[in-house]
Design a protein around this ligand. Structure first.
Ligand code: IVH
Length: 668
């Protein structure tokens, strides 16, 4: 009997918890308007997980804990679309819209026409079915007729509801995409692990949705914006109404969607969105213009490929042509030799570009890129531009093929390139370039965060013989520092204070800072959590290492190899003698948590520090940075050219800080 009571109570609490979690997920992921802190949210989820563990019979597929399946799937099955997923006719200038309208006018001459304009997100098309109000099936666009069943992966996207109020069959269609922030995180991590980065957010999203392990997909932080819905037996009268229905059902639609009365309004909106494009949190390649009325859409119908009632107006590509003046070789901290194109400086959507990586020898050969070539460069998704292709028709005969060096350009050691790899490396661990880059990495913000120790200073310290290796940082002397160019007493003392602080940085940072191949920030965190002491980690065997989540044989071998090298053992001993924090237990934040519980939003361009720096300073003092304003926002930090957030903050009565006031706040 008592069992029954407790089960009933459990059921009641479960329902309540699930409702609350679903509500907060909607507010956070769909509306960008969090109502509680991440901590409070995590507590709710933990309580739900614990209750479900005690009562596994009460788990339902729609519980928020069930977004991510435990087991990898075997593969994808192909499914036929209910109606084909058509693609869109393209045009490239607002003037061409008149042709589009003329074609429509021929078919429906006298009726009033209205349009809906939507951003064209650069992601992948998806069709999702809800049956009896429950998330049932998600299918990729595929070839338009058939796509792959990726239900398990799409279910991990938190802005998509697992249940909706409508009980008849509902299909929704939209775009799955990877926001810039997630994309940058992912590529950073891949670079740390020496995996090839994704070329743009669209490729990253496409690669992610085809992973077999939903747990991995969940980490990729994909998102979805919907643009149409079909409810059995309840057709909407217009595209605009259709978008409202999506919202009412609980889906995320794009905040920039607008209804326009005529082509002038469409063009004005296009111009506005083109200007806004660099501020968006995701990649777009244009706008989609749709005839609003559903009845008119039906009259217009479609060709084999496109609907006649819609067209996409593309934004101009962020491309430019310029000349390759030279190709240089950079030696990274792992000894990797990377060819870099030195470009004739050229402006590309507001940024002057003068360098671009060519990745490796094979890439140069494959694209047949030569010194002196006129090349097409492109910025997509990321801020880092790439060389798309050489314009061979522009060759004059004076172009020079690049010969990849057989020896390190810095120390002269013969380079080594294993058969199966594309990267050549300098294997001399004392190579000045390798040491310099290792030091830069060690001091970098994500590692030991030694503020002020940048490239210029490191070069000076090297040239003056004040440092030869990482450990020398901890023996720098004030009097000697003062002798360096542009280093007065104050800046020298500041640097020593910063270095002093780094002795207390936590173990995950120290492990990451060592620059062990394939060990990125996240792996460093997992390793610290598992081994707790540098001593224990450095003694761990391959067998012990591969048991750790996220650590495969390559990472394990790399760790064992690193700790076996006498030079590295020496380095670690010296760092220990210098009093660095070698244990997770001894860990304590050196920063006072003066901003604990405070939430910040940034707008505009800061002049003295980057957004990332601002974020890390806030987080170091216990504060939080979110992307959008809400009732929970304590401060809006306003840089130059503030966006619409400033107006919103003033309307909401949120405290607005100038950059100066912000700097005062964090140093007080
Ligand atoms: S409407 C029949 N609206 O673009 C209507 N498509 O080239 C066809 N896309 O496969 C799609 N944003 O993946 C539509 N607001 C939007 C869109 C959009 C992105 C993608 C979609 C489609 C492709 C068509």
């Amino acid at each position: 009997m008592s069992d029954l009571v407790s089960r009933d109570q459990a059921k009641e609490r479960l329902d309540k918890l699930r409702q609350e979690i679903v509500y907060h997920e909607k507010k956070y992921y769909r509306d960008n308007d969090p109502q509680i802190s991440d901590y409070e949210y995590d507590q709710l989820v933990k309580e739900l997980e614990a209750l479900e563990a005690d009562h596994p019979e009460l788990i339902t597929p729609e519980s928020p804990t069930q977004r991510v399946g435990e087991q990898p799937i075997e593969g994808f099955t192909t499914v036929e679309h209910r109606l084909p997923m058509l693609s869109l006719d393209n045009c490239y200038s607002p003037e061409e819209l008149t042709d589009f309208q003329d074609r429509i006018r021929k078919l429906i001459p006298d009726e009033p026409l209205r349009y809906v304009v939507e951003l064209k997100i650069d992601g992948l098309g998806i069709s999702i079915f809800y049956r009896e109000g429950k998330f049932a099936q998600a299918i990729t666009r595929g070839d338009g007729q058939r796509g792959d069943d990726v239900t398990h992966n799409v279910k991990t996207i938190k802005s998509l509801p697992l249940t909706i109020a409508e009980l008849s069959e509902v299909e929704v269609r939209g775009e799955i995409y990877m926001p810039f922030l997630s994309f940058q995180h992912l590529n950073q991590e891949r670079q740390d692990r020496e995996e090839a980065p994704f070329a743009n957010p669209r490729n990253a999203a496409a690669g992610s949705i085809r992973l077999l392990d939903p747990k991995e997909v969940a980490k990729r932080r994909l998102d979805a914006l919907l643009y149409s819905t079909y409810i059995a037996g309840a057709e909407t009268e217009s595209q605009w109404e259709n978008l409202q229905t999506l919202n009412q059902l609980g889906f995320k639609t794009n905040a920039w969607n607008r209804r326009c009365e005529n082509l002038e309004e469409v063009t004005a909106l296009y111009t506005e969105l083109l200007q806004k494009r660099d501020e968006l949190e995701y990649d777009v390649d244009g706008v989609v213009i749709k005839v609003d009325s559903t009845a008119q859409q039906h009259s217009l119908g479609h060709t084999a490929k496109f609907p006649r009632w819609a067209i996409s107006l593309k934004f101009p590509a962020r491309q430019a042509t310029t000349r390759i003046n030279d190709i240089l070789i950079q030696v990274g901290r792992t000894g990797a030799l990377t060819p870099v194109a030195v470009l004739e400086p050229v402006k590309l959507s507001g940024i002057t570009i003068s360098r671009s990586t060519l990745h490796n020898e094979e890439e140069i050969r494959r694209k047949d890129i030569r010194i002196g070539d006129t090349v097409l460069i492109e910025r997509s998704g990321d801020v880092i531009p790439k060389v798309v292709s050489a314009m061979k028709e522009k060759r004059t005969g004076g172009e020079v093929e690049f010969v990849f060096p057989s020896h390190c350009p810095i120390c002269g050691t013969q380079v080594f390139k294993p058969e199966e790899e594309v990267v050549s490396r300098c294997v001399n661990s004392s190579c000045p370039a390798v040491v310099r880059e290792s030091l830069l990495h060690f001091a970098s913000r994500r590692a030991m965060n030694i503020e002020g120790l940048g490239e210029a200073l490191i070069d000076q310290l090297f040239n003056e013989g004040q440092i030869r290796e990482i450990a020398d940082l901890y023996n720098l002397e004030l009097e000697k520092l003062e002798t360096l160019e542009r280093m007065g007493q104050k800046s020298s003392q500041n640097l020593l204070d910063e270095i002093e602080k780094s002795r207390q940085r936590n173990l995950p940072r120290l492990i990451f800072a060592l620059g062990i191949r394939h060990v990125g920030e996240r792996t460093a965190q997992v390793l610290a959590a598992r081994f707790k002491e540098m001593e224990v980690l450095s003694q761990a065997s391959i067998e012990e290492l591969v048991e750790v989540e996220d650590v495969g044989p390559i990472v394990a071998q790399s760790l064992v190899f690193f700790f076996q090298q006498p030079k590295n053992q020496e380095l670690i001993q010296k760092l220990r003698d210098a009093g660095l924090n070698f244990s997770l237990k001894r860990e304590e934040s050196t920063e006072e948590q003066t901003l604990a519980g405070k939430t910040f939003v940034l707008t505009g361009t800061l002049s003295g520090l980057t957004r990332e720096e601002a974020r890390s300073r806030i987080e170091a003092q216990g504060g939080k940075v979110t992307t959008s304003l809400s009732a929970k926002t304590d401060y809006l930090i306003m840089g130059e050219d503030p966006g619409s957030k400033l107006q919103k903050a003033q309307n909401m009565g949120t405290e607005v800080l100038t950059e100066e006031e912000f700097l005062q706040l964090i140093s007080s």
